[in-house]
Design a protein around this ligand. Structure first.
Ligand code: SF4
Length: 790
């Protein structure tokens, strides 16, 4: 007997059903369509089953060897990593050793008791050597086998195909028994494995059978929450198979099943249909899918070798033509990898968590910068003067990372095209005058594809309206007076204990005379500002910072002293037992004029308690800056992005600082500082991402420009972390300031950044020239010190 819902699904006209399914998708995943850039590793073509539609499985006489050798697996995986893939999809026949002596013998000869054991070893090798995330597709498995693979494979999959146990095509396929497959699905749920399953449409079952199959999947998911996606695949007849003369799955049948799946399955289950099995694959979006599945730039679809993958440009254009954006994902979906939905602690084996993190962006999707990514091995550092350069060995990634010497990919300028969905709505509200709230900032931080250009364009327009076309810079010198620090910030590659001689160079402490010497040199070279910051040396008391100010002013009275983070100020006051405001007034009297925003890192206690648990709290940072503003000092806002935090933390950081600015007006600029991961302790401990992607870097600047509208006029890009080609693009995304010449910049360099330690007016000039904008030198407090020069 049919349930009422089933009756509706079976009788509703297809176009109505598809519209309802698309609506559910739109409400759940918005404009974002995902895909997984992958390589296909066909570990063995031998199979215990003979399915009537399959060209993948081959008899032993038709294959060169029963299994791919480790070197062959390695070569495919490395090609995939080089081409920018994230996933190694292991596809293989089911238990060939149960059927073929050659398989049994090969495994025994190579020291493996089963195909699953060999698969586990190859997954382990691939993730270790290439960083690709394995997804094992090994068929109907026991709980023990699933558990073994869970330690080496981020996610696993097995198609249910059909709930019917009497299909002709499965007569010679004992592993396709639906009861066995549902048992595998259930065991995967009990083991907390992010799992992919699905139906094969057009192999002899009926619509009501498919509804039963979907409900069985939904029921298992409701018990365990593990079904991350369901694939609806259409049967296409293939030569040399038992079903070669069977009709292909009719398009309407396929579309009906996709739409029904979207309406039957919980919205939390993603819905996928392969783009390479339909000529007009855009219509699949109309039926409610939100994922294109694995798409390989390197290997063929070995299950459907006659149907090549669409190239990524086509996938992009078809997706965007229907108003969506395309985002690469990892083998497991973000819900299983970020802190929502119990996160990686529940769903990912500890041995794999770093591999996942290493390929993640801030939304737990796949990093989307073009180029390759390989696991990084830091060998040590070479010491230079009072800093250290990090030495990385092994396969080199070619992707852009903050601080690394690969050029940023070109995201801007980009042709602007109308966007729709949540990003468009937020931008429309903003243009109508609303201030961005936290949720709206998070929406903008999630922009992809042409949405990024739309956000950047809005920020660029606001920049032009606010400060015009002038690009400013300040002639300054950085003086990092000591790298000895009693604090233990886990992202900091700069500080070291007094006697430590480790990866990061030797401890040093400049004398006041050293500093004066550098101040005089800087003045002679034309600098108007010195930026002083350093570690918190155990021997410092609060008077040390006052003495530093005096020393600078004694050396060059005209020099602007831009110095001391909120941590240094807070520690100084605390060590003297002096009220913060009194202490700030003393610093001001000694010559201090403004404070750098550094030490803000991320102003949210969630990530902050992990990144820098003993540092000033969010509240203390805000208080130091608000008090500084009250006594007449100025300061800026920095944000360190791309380690462990999420976009919501960026948004809260902006909101909290915006509230201070509303009260004081004392912040001069907003400066996103992309996390430089290379020699950062938290990255070396395998607990952080590789900094923001370049798309995220663009959005950090652009969204900041929009969010501080009317409150902060200047947005600065850090050339030392981003590099010239990247900064040039940021100047088209709301940025109007290039910061300082720096001269000696050690902090980013100690974390592995290699964009150099100083810039000149000429270098800034050639950075700006292609944009036709004017370069102007400014003072620290944004008085334009010289007329624009080009
Ligand atoms: S970030 Fe600053 S406070 Fe933290 S360890 Fe490094 S130098 Fe010390």
């Amino acid at each position: 007997m049919l349930s009422r819902d089933d009756a509706d699904l079976l009788t509703t006209p297809l176009d109505e059903l598809m519209a309802a399914a698309a609506h559910v998708r739109d409400e759940t995943t918005g404009t974002r369509i995902t895909y997984s850039p992958k390589v296909f590793i066909p570990l063995t073509f031998l199979c215990n089953d003979t399915c009537g539609y399959c060209t993948f499985a081959q008899p032993p006489g038709r294959v060169a060897a029963p299994y791919l050798a480790p070197d062959e697996v390695r070569a495919i995986a490395r090609a995939g990593a080089r081409a920018g893939c994230h996933e190694a999809l292991f596809t293989l026949g089911e238990r060939p050793e149960d059927r073929y002596d050659v398989a049994r013998d090969w495994l025994a000869e190579h020291g493996y008791a089963s195909t699953v054991e060999y698969l586990a070893a190859m997954c382990e090798m691939v993730v270790e050597e290439t960083g690709l995330l394995p997804h094992a597709n090994a068929g109907a498995l026991s709980a023990d086998e699933l558990a073994r693979l869970r330690t080496v494979s981020v996610s696993q999959g097995m198609m249910i195909e059909s709930i019917r146990d009497d299909l002709d095509c499965h007569r010679a396929a004992p592993d396709k028994d639906p009861a066995r497959r549902l048992a595998t699905l259930e065991a995967a749920g009990e083991l907390a494995i992010p799992f992919t399953t699905g139906l094969l449409v057009g192999i002899g079952d009926e619509r009501r059978d498919r509804l039963d199959g979907l409900r069985a999947i939904a029921a298992s998911h409701e018990r365990h929450g593990h079904v991350q996606e369901v694939i609806i695949q259409n049967f296409v007849p293939k030569l040399l198979t038992g079903m070669r003369n069977a009709p292909a799955c009719p398009p309407d049948e396929f579309l009906w099943t996709i739409a029904a799946a979207r309406l039957v399955l919980p919205p939390s289950i993603h819905l996928q249909a392969p783009p390479n099995l339909s000529d007009d694959f855009g219509v699949l979006l109309d039926a409610g899918i939100d994922d294109w599945g694995g798409v390989s730039p390197v290997t063929a679809d070995h299950v459907n070798p006659e149907r090549p993958w669409p190239d990524l440009d086509r996938l992009h254009s078809v997706t965007e033509a229907r108003g969506f954006t395309l985002a690469p994902r990892l083998t497991a979906y973000p819900e299983y990898l970020d802190d929502s939905f119990a996160g990686p602690e529940r769903w990912v084996d500890p041995a794999l968590r770093f591999a996942v993190l290493d390929r993640s962006d801030a939304e737990a999707l796949g990093r989307d910068d073009p180029g390759s990514q390989f696991p990084e091995r830091v060998h040590g550092t070479t010491e230079t003067a009072d800093g250290a350069d990090v030495v990385i060995v092994g396969d080199r990634s070619t992707q852009w990372y903050s601080g690394w010497n690969a050029d940023a990919p070109t995201l801007l300028p980009a042709p602007t095209a109308p966007v729709q969905g949540a990003v468009a709505e937020v931008l429309a509200g903003f243009e109508a005058g609303s201030e961005l709230c936290v949720d709206e900032m998070v929406t903008l931080f999630g922009a992809r594809g042409r949405e990024v250009a739309a956000v950047a364009e809005a920020a660029d327009r606001l920049r032009r309206d606010t400060v015009g076309d002038v690009v400013t810079w300040v002639h300054n010198r950085n003086i990092n007076y000591t790298n000895v620090c009693t604090f233990k910030c886990r992202f900091c590659g700069f500080a070291k204990g007094k006697l430590s001689l480790n990866l990061r160079g030797s401890p040093y402490l400049l004398t006041l005379e050293d500093m004066q010497q550098r101040v005089r040199e800087a003045w002679e070279l034309g600098a108007t500002e010195v930026t002083l910051q350093g570690g918190i040396h155990p021997s410092f008391d609060g008077d040390y910072y006052v003495d530093v100010c005096h020393a600078v002013k004694d050396a060059v009275p005209e020099m602007h002293v831009h110095a001391f983070t909120a941590l240094e100020v807070n520690e100084g006051a605390k060590r003297l037992g002096e009220p913060l405001e009194d202490y700030l007034r003393r610093l001001q009297a000694a010559g201090l004029r403004s404070l750098p925003g550094t030490a803000a890192e991320i102003l949210d206690e969630g990530p902050r308690s992990i990144l820098c648990p003993d540092k000033v709290t969010t509240q203390e940072w805000l208080e130091v800056h608000e008090t500084a503003h009250r006594v007449g000092l100025r300061s800026n806002i920095t944000i360190m992005a791309g380690s462990i935090e999420r976009p919501v933390h960026w948004a809260r950081h902006i909101e909290r600082t915006r509230e201070v600015q509303r009260r004081t007006g004392g912040f001069t600029e907003y400066i996103p500082l992309p996390f430089v991961h290379m020699a950062s302790p938290i990255y070396l401990q395998r607990k952080a991402r590789r900094g923001p992607t370049f798309r995220e870097t663009v959005l950090l600047h652009a969204v900041g420009r929009l969010a501080y509208r009317g409150l902060i006029d200047n947005v600065q890009a850090s050339w030392v972390k981003i590099g010239v080609p990247g900064v040039r693009q940021l100047l088209q995304a709301g940025v109007n300031d290039l910061g300082g010449t720096l001269m000696d910049e050690n902090i980013s360099r100690a974390a592995g950044a290699i964009h150099g330690q100083k810039m000149t007016e000429e270098a800034f000039g050639s950075l700006v020239a292609p944009l036709g904008r004017q370069l102007a030198r400014r003072s620290t407090l944004y008085d334009i010190a010289e007329p624009a020069t080009n």
